[in-house]
Design a protein around this ligand. Structure first.
Ligand code: HEM
Ligand code: 2DC
Length: 469
């Protein structure tokens, strides 16, 4: 017989004691490690309640399939109260990230066609290719300046700039110019604000923002300051394009970028377009850059793997004859490397949905309306699900291995990552250029730990060395 909801194992009966225990174990920064431990202790399903945050947690791919079948017509993720509170506090509209129901759907459908549909990749490739090449020229310049034929550095901020330049070019059809030697202070401030925004969100997952606001707590103040910085810079970029689309009509057949296309189309109210474009700009920086940083870190550990990837890239380069869209169809191992990075170092520690019907998972009944979370980080490291789970093996994504509900780094279904097409294209082109030009090496062979600041980040700076091939 199916067991009842209240029989699911876990710590969910005393939420106050749980938040104390959580805080004592530095839980705010260890969400992913605590999750691993919970699955070890309780098995493949557990219930949890920390402060006001209540969930059922699952790990198996087969269970993920059941979860996503029960997500309904308007899939709903966990509400990030802090993000909602800021918008309400400053009277700002929600974009597609924070909308729900019919309002979400109608916006998302219009955005999908311009941002994630396979047909638009052709628009993005030349732009992202250009930024990728500029980044490599910048590294080459640094190597030459160094005088010893290499450049050793923590690439984090360089990659933030690369990602900001990339997403801005796609959104606005114009270069921001942040890859130059003197970065404009506004652009660096924008980058710093995004990191602070993520970091200050984490404690507010468990302690309600209104309480922190009443207490005058640091996290809330930082959070407001961070979003203020994000919105003011994005507003300036958007305003700029808005003026241009009013002045000129049809700029010579060149792809004008996502924002101008949406404005000219006129299918969404301007305020909705602005809100979602701001979210795309903010969502486009730390995600791809950190994923690329983890990828370079993994590749530095395996010079032979770098050679394998180079061989694939060289063959693709030769047979695509300069057509980059074609070339990207011929680099499955490069794509496998990115999947492998997201398996071991996912940006999102879990995926979640409020289910819209009753389901049965691991023989437990779960009622409609429950928040069910798939532990992405734990799934990627589970030996039952991935053979040699501890090894970075891009070839596991090629063939022969089971792939059913295992590659979920961007989420799943109609509510999956809206920036996925941009992110994948940007990262693939980056790796192609990087591997064609440089060898990647690291200083020390210690395993890098990670920390949770809403997204999963390296705990300490990752220092890498690049040498010309
Ligand atoms: C949502 C991951 C890059 C914008 C999400 C979700 C995940 C995710 C897991 C939730 C999906 C779900 O609930 O099923 C990633 C990863 C990235 C990345 C791993 C890069 C490696 C980007 C970029 C952008 C972006 C570059 C913007 C250009 C968004 C937006 C949403 C979202 C707007 C919310 C969509 C909605 O609610 O309808 N992302 N993301 N992401 N992402 Fe990304
Ligand atoms: C964080 O318990 C842990 O892509 C929580 O580009 C559950 C949770 C809910 C939503 C997730 C979030 C986690 C991690 C960061 C995600 C977010 C949805 C979108 C966001 C995955 C797993 C992200 C990084 C977006 C952010 C766009 C924003 C800056 C405008």
């Amino acid at each position: 017989a199916t067991r009842s909801f209240d029989e699911i194992p876990g710590l969910w009966k005393n939420s106050v004691a749980n938040i104390y225990r959580f805080w004592k174990h530095d839980g705010f920064r260890n969400v992913h490690h605590i999750m691993l431990k919970n699955f070890q202790t309780f098995g493949p399903i557990y219930r949890e309640k920390i402060g006001y945050y209540e969930s059922v947690n699952i790990i198996m791919p087969e269970d993920a399939a059941i979860l996503f079948k029960a997500e309904g017509r308007y899939p709903k993720r966990m509400m990030i109260e802090a993000w909602i509170s800021y918008r309400d506090y400053r009277n700002r509209k929600y974009g597609v990230l924070l909308k729900d129901g019919e309002d979400w759907k109608s916006n998302r459908v219009v955005l999908n066609k311009q941002v994630i549909a396979p047909e638009v990749q052709g628009n993005f490739v030349p732009l992202l290719d250009e930024v990728g090449q500029d980044f490599m020229a910048r590294i080459q310049g640094k190597i030459e300046k160094s005088g010893n034929n290499k450049w050793t550095i923590d690439l984090t901020n360089e990659l933030f700039k690369f990602a900001l330049e990339s997403v801005s070019y796609v959104l606005y059809g114009e270069r921001l110019g942040v890859l130059q030697d003197h970065i404009k202070p506004e652009a660096q401030h924008f980058i710093d604000c995004i990191s602070l925004m993520f970091k200050s969100t984490a404690p507010m997952l468990y302690i309600p923002p209104w309480l922190l606001r009443r207490l005058g707590a640091r996290a809330w103040k930082d959070h407001v300051e961070a979003w203020d910085g994000i919105f003011s810079h994005a507003d300036r970029c958007i305003q700029n394009i808005f003026k241009q689309t009013q002045e000129e009509s049809g700029g010579g057949g060149r792809y004008p970028g996502v924002l101008a296309t949406l404005i000219l189309q006129g299918k969404l109210p301007l305020e909705d377009i602005k809100a979602s474009v701001t979210e795309l700009m903010a969502g486009g920086v730390d995600t791809t850059s950190i994923t690329l940083l983890w990828t370079l870190y993994e590749l530095a550990k395996q010079p032979e793997l770098q050679e394998e990837l180079r061989a694939e890239i060289a063959a693709a380069r030769a047979s695509s004859q300069g057509d980059m869209v074609e070339m990207l169809k011929m680099v499955p191992l490069v794509k496998g490397a990115l999947k492998e990075t997201l398996r071991l170092h996912p940006v999102a520690v879990n995926l979640q949905r409020y289910i819209t019907e009753d389901i049965v998972i691991q023989n437990y009944h779960i009622p409609s309306g429950t928040l069910v979370q798939l532990g992405l980080y734990a799934m990627g490291r589970d030996h039952r699900i991935f053979q040699h789970a501890e090894q970075y093996l891009p070839s596991r994504w090629l063939q022969g291995y089971p792939r059913y509900f295992r590659s979920l780094g961007f989420g799943f279904g109609p509510r999956q990552c809206l920036g996925r097409r941009i992110a994948e294209t940007e990262m693939q082109l980056f790796l192609v250029h990087m591997l064609e030009k440089f060898k990647i090496e690291n200083q020390e062979q210690v395993d890098m730990r990670s920390t949770f600041e809403l997204i999963i980040l390296p705990e300490k700076p990752i220092v890498l060395t690049m040498r010309p091939l």
